[in-house]
Design a protein around this ligand. Structure first.
Ligand code: FAD
Length: 487
């Protein structure tokens, strides 16, 4: 039986393992941590359960199809609900916008609360759906680095549609053309942060992202985001995938044009196929050192990182929902801090995720499990202790001001996740959440490919390679490499 070795049990590594085991390989996953999931983990403390990393779940079909290809009924392993309210938005002048997943209700809400018309919102979301349709097949489901990908009717039609996809304008320029009210513009600009980018630099084609929420839906797994990891690991083990935890890979042995085995403290694991889920920077820095490849990866700007406070809050706030955004008044300056001066803006946009609004067991009765996050730069030698202390103070001032209540007094439990911790825990270079940013119109083409041109049995999956970061794209990367590999 042919063997496949997967380096890393992040969501893309687990998905690749399931796909290859189904193909007939005997798959061994090696993970440096004592637990699977990489960024997709949870914290359970003092009666509060927090999803530690991702909080927004779109495109659940990319998870459920892994059960289907394994001959299992997805709902026996993994259940999820669709959210009616996508997000509640709060502005400093007291305006509150509730984004209903029903586009007409949302468009009416925008017309009522801003100077923009419902018609403009509908047209904008139609354009978002158009971009998705025009690019999904080519940019998200296929390698951009195989000639065969370009020799298809769908690719040729995609290329003809490029002038209509806003790749030559920034996302903000497109949104400023579509809307007049800064509140609506900020709301749509924020979608650039879904892959760690800057809406003032990222191309307008990223206006595809609202369609993922408004067109395809936002979901919450029963039991929380971490159930994505749990249920897939359960499936993988059932079909025969073997996992070794606390097993850090320190190198990949190669011979001529083949990757032969991976090296850990406890020995060598030989593989006919080797798949790296670890950040591509780690691969070229530590596993198959290559100064040339590393320099190429380094040329690309990293995505933003995050500072998260997990707060057990001793009170419920009816105005908050599962996803909430408290906007800064000066979004442009916030992004200049993130990507230019690599600092944290004093009035950051604050995201509060409260799964206990939907999953009652996630917090004691009358309380809430707050995941409070701001976007921060990735790690460039800043004085993080000072920056984090200042940011915590500013976040508390902002939330307290907008909700009219002293939030610090309500904190019953506190834990935090910083860019350095993200780097240390998952080997994500500079602690970036989504690998490289999309702050350049050619980013999609510069992102590392899913295979090695030097070693013909070495493949790459996960958020740092094509098609990019976020759970759906990380799962797509596993699907793409599945199309290359034969058993
Ligand atoms: P990872 O999760 O980074 O997994 C890589 C694995 O490889 C890790 O387990 C690591 O320990 C292991 N590894 C690395 N090096 C080695 C080695 N040498 N030997 C053995 N093992 C190794 N995405 C969304 O879709 N929605 C969101 O709302 C969202 N929010 C986010 C919020 C936060 C705070 C964070 C951190 C991320 C968020 N993301 C979100 C992004 C999403 O989590 C990632 O894109 C996705 O989980 C990446 O999965 P992955 O498999 O590529 O990598």
């Amino acid at each position: 039986m042919k063997k496949a070795v997967v380096v890393g049990a992040g969501i893309a590594g687990i998905a690749s393992a399931i796909r290859l085991q189904n193909k007939g390989f005997k798959v061994q996953v090696l993970e440096k941590n004592s637990y699977p999931g990489g960024k997709l983990t949870q914290i359970n403390q003092n009666g509060f359960r927090f999803d530690a990393g991702p909080s927004l779940f779109t495109m659940p079909n990319l998870v459920t199809e892994l059960f289907e290809i394994s001959g299992k009924k997805p709902s026996d392993y993994f259940k999820y609900d669709q959210l009616e309210i996508l997000c509640n938005y709060f502005y400093e002048d007291g305006t509150r916008i509730s984004a209903n997943s029903d586009i007409t209700i949302f468009a009416d809400e925008i017309e009522k609360k801003t100077t923009d018309s419902a018609e403009n919102v509908i047209n904008h979301l139609k354009k978002s759906a158009f971009i998705h349709k025009a690019t999904e097949e080519q940019f998200l489901n296929k390698s951009l680095h195989k000639l065969s990908s370009f020799l298809s009717f769908s690719t040729i039609t995609s290329i003809f549609k490029l002038p209509f996809l806003n790749i030559f304008s920034s996302m903000n320029q497109v949104n400023e053309k579509a809307f007049t009210d800064s509140k609506t513009i900020r709301l749509f600009n924020r979608y650039a942060t879904y892959n760690g980018s800057n809406p003032y630099k990222a191309p307008g084609i990223l206006n595809i992202i609202p369609h993922l929420e408004f067109g395809l839906g936002a979901y919450l797994p029963k039991g929380g985001m971490h159930e994505i990891t749990n249920s897939l690991v359960k499936l993988a083990k059932e079909i025969g995938v073997e996992f070794s935890f606390n097993e850090e890979v320190t190198g990949i042995e190669t011979s001529k044009n083949l990757a032969k085995s991976v090296v850990t403290k406890s020995g060598n694991y030989a593989g006919d196929v080797i798949i790296c889920n670890a950040d591509i920077h780690t691969v070229y820095e530590k596993l198959i050192p290559s100064a040339k490849k590393l320099a190429k990866v380094d040329q690309q700007e990293r995505s933003s990182s995050a500072l998260i406070f997990y707060w057990g809050i001793g009170k419920e706030f009816p105005e908050l929902d599962v996803h909430n955004i408290l906007f800064t008044e000066d979004y442009k300056t916030e992004f200049e801090h993130l990507f230019d001066s690599k600092t944290i803006y004093e009035d950051p946009t604050v995201y509060i995720n409260i799964t206990s609004k939907h999953i009652k067991e996630d917090a004691p009765k009358g309380k809430g499990n707050w995941f409070v996050m701001i976007n921060v730069p990735s790690v460039y030698g800043q004085d993080w202790d000072v920056m984090i202390a200042e940011a915590r103070k500013n976040i508390l001032i902002k939330i307290s001001r907008i909700l009219g209540e002293n939030i610090e007094n309500l904190i019953e439990y506190e834990e935090k996740l910083t860019p350095q911790l993200i780097q240390d825990k998952t080997n994500s270079y500079k602690g970036s959440l989504y690998g490289t940013s999309s702050n350049n119109r050619f980013s999609a083409f510069f992102r590392h490919k899913n295979f090695s041109s030097q070693y013909k049995n070495l493949y790459f999956c996960g958020g740092s390679v094509h098609p990019g970061g976020g759970i759906p794209l990380a799962l797509s990367s596993a699907k793409i490499i599945d199309t290359f590999i034969k058993c």
